[in-house]
Design a protein around this ligand. Sequence first.
Ligand SMILES: O=C(CO)COP(=O)(O)O
Length: 125
Amino acid sequence: MKIALIAHDKKKEDLIQITQKYEAILNQHELFATGTTGTKIMERTKLSIHCFKSGPLGGDQQIGAKVSEGEMDMIIFLRDPLTAQPHEPDVNALIRLSDVYEVPLATNKSTAILLFKELQNLAEN
Ligand SMILES: O=C(CO)COP(=O)(O)O
C-alpha cells in the first residue's frame, strides 16, 4: 500500500513513536510524508520515506494530488487541533479529498493505531 505520514509539530513525537512501534509492518509498504515529518521519522527509524515539501510549503497539496490520482491508499495525519495553522485551507483540502476518494485517513493517534493493526492483520491472513 501507499501510505502518507503527516504530523503537525506538536504531534510529531506521537507519530514517531507509533511508527517505531509498527516499523516492521510499515517497512512492507511504500511510505510518503510531508518534508519535516518524513525527515524526523527517518532519523529515528530505519524506514525509507519519500518526502514531499513541508506542509506549509505545499506538501499537503502534493499528497492531495496523489489521492486524486488514485495513488494513495492510506493517510495518517496527526493534526494539532489546538494550534492555528497558516496553511489550514491545505489541511482541509487534503481531508476533503480523502473523503471524496474514500481513502482511509486517521487524524489522531488512536485511529492511526487501529489502521496499523489492520495492516498487521492483512499481512498475517
Ligand atoms: O504542516 C504539516 C501538515 O499540514 C506537516 O508538515 P511538515 O511535516 O513539513 O512539518
